[in-house]
Ligand binder design. Structure first.
Ligand SMILES: Cc1cc2nc3c(=O)[nH]c(=O)nc-3n(C[C@H](O)[C@H](O)[C@H](O)COP(=O)(O)OP(=O)(O)OC[C@H]3O[C@@H](n4cnc5c(N)ncnc54)[C@H](O)[C@@H]3O)c2cc1C
Length: 390
């Protein structure tokens, strides 16, 4: 009899997980808390060769290149002088594809379209509530009173996973990193020609990064140090205006184009940066967590989506080869943990360099950054060159 998987969350990992499971003979059904139309939240995210190489089995990568900015970065010092470059074109020959920045909503749309095309059902407006497990089945209930039953349940419900909280009562495991990630989209007359790179400017009192997309839209981001974790009301109301005035203030003596970009941005996207450095267990009985639900990562390495995509391939491989569900989940956790925890730590280190500005450190950074970036390219092979079983 065909086994059935219940998947909670149709973000980036959920739809691709469903497709991977179909390949090994499972029927998979998705349950997403938001409505089908409620997809446009979020800014843009990086997707690197390790994630793209999983995605390409189901999504034509060229189709991601409509509405994107490239992954190459040029670094500039306070006087506007270029001090280093991190090109990504070398990735094409090594890994077959090259880092892209795309709108989170578009990545999500492509993943969902691929799943639906292959007959996967996505149920919207299904907010996860609870789980019941028996000897041979698992059921999920939803806030609207409905329920679904299957042989396994895969939680792809992101950083604030309700499935994780239900299984492990983990309220203290998420870590607020004291940074607020901010960014947005703007139309600026002087900046309408697409750029071949992201420009990362180390300014007097903070950095400012932007690129112009293939559609002539400015995509920008900045990290903002905030000691105190914002509460829900601040996030929805005052924080965005606080950030706009803060950014205008810290960039008032820098290249005026930064202020123009900030002023021309409609809604500034802002969310506090969290991570989940080490969850003791990623599974319980017939339920397994993947992606941000199992190992939330801060955005500084651009790996959240790519790690989640890698997970889908590894978990389906384990389920397809191991004799029991328990051993498949254990294998999955054991194989993935060292890599994801190393990646989370690396992202933390990058995040720490953004937290506070120290003039001496800035002086060294401006002189040594080129050297470190050259080394970085060799050092990132472990990340981008990932393959199943490697
Ligand atoms: C709205 C949103 C905006 C984001 N914006 C950015 C960004 O600007 N930059 C960045 O780097 N990263 C962003 N991220 C995070 C990034 O998308 C993830 O790191 C990455 O996609 C990991 O994939 P995932 O599938 O594990 O989780 P996600 O892609 O986050 O998917 C989780 C899914 O689960 C759904 N869900 C949550 N709770 C429940 C529930 N109780 N019941 C059912 N479904 C549930 C969510 O609606 C979402 O669709 C954002 C995530 C979200 C949800």
């Amino acid at each position: 009899m065909t086994k059935k998987a219940i998947i909670i969350g149709a973000g980036v990992a959920g739809p691709i997980m469903a497709l991977q499971l179909k390949k090994i003979g499972y029927e998979a059904e998705l349950f997403e808390s938001r409505s089908a139309e409620d997809i446009h939240e979020g800014a843009f995210i990086g997707i690197t060769p390790n994630g793209l190489n999983v995605m390409k089995e189901f999504v034509d990568l060229e189709s991601l290149k409509s509405d994107f900015t490239p992954g190459s970065i040029s670094f500039y010092n306070n006087s506007g002088k270029q001090i280093a470059e991190l090109q990504t074109d070398y990735q094409r020959s090594l890994y077959g594809c090259e880092t892209l920045q795309i709108k989170r909503s578009n990545l999500n749309i492509k993943a969902r379209e691929a799943a639906v095309k292959h007959g996967v059902i996505i149920n919207y407006g299904k907010k996860f509530k609870s789980i019941n497990q028996s000897e041979d089945k698992v059921s999920a209930t939803f806030e609207d009173g409905s329920a679904a039953t299957g042989d396994i349940l895969i939680a792809c419900d992101g950083m604030f996973s309700a499935v994780r909280s239900f299984l492990f009562q983990d309220s203290k495991l998420l870590r607020y990193t004291k940074l607020i990630s901010t960014g947005g989209f703007a139309r600026v007359q002087e900046l309408s020609a697409p750029t071949s790179e992201i420009q990362m400017h180390f300014c007097e009192r903070g950095f400012f990064a932007y690129a112009v997309s293939d559609r002539g839209e400015v995509w920008w981001f900045n990290n903002y140090y905030r000691e105190v974790e914002p509460n829900r009301t601040e996030l929805q109301h005052s924080l965005r205006e606080e950030i706009r005035s803060h950014l205008l203030e810290i960039h008032k003596n820098d290249n005026p184009i930064f202020s123009t970009i900030i002023k021309n941005t409609g809604d500034i996207i802002a969310y506090p940066v969290y991570d989940l450095p080490s969850l003791p267990h990623w599974y319980k009985g017939r339920v397994c967590l993947i992606g941000d639900a199992a190992h939330g990562i801060s955005p500084h390495l651009g790996q959240g989506a790519s790690l989640a995509l890698e997970d889908t391939l590894v978990l389906s491989h384990c389920l397809g080869t191991e004799k029991t569900i328990e051993s498949a989940f254990r294998q999955f956790q054991d194989q993935r943990r060292p890599r994801v925890e190393k990646t989370i730590k690396t992202a933390q280190k990058v995040g720490n360099t953004k937290s506070k500005i120290n003039p001496v450190a800035a002086w060294f950074r401006d002189r040594l950054i080129g050297f470190f970036i050259k080394k970085q390219i060799q050092q990132l092979d472990w990340l981008y060159g990932w393959k199943l079983g490697k």
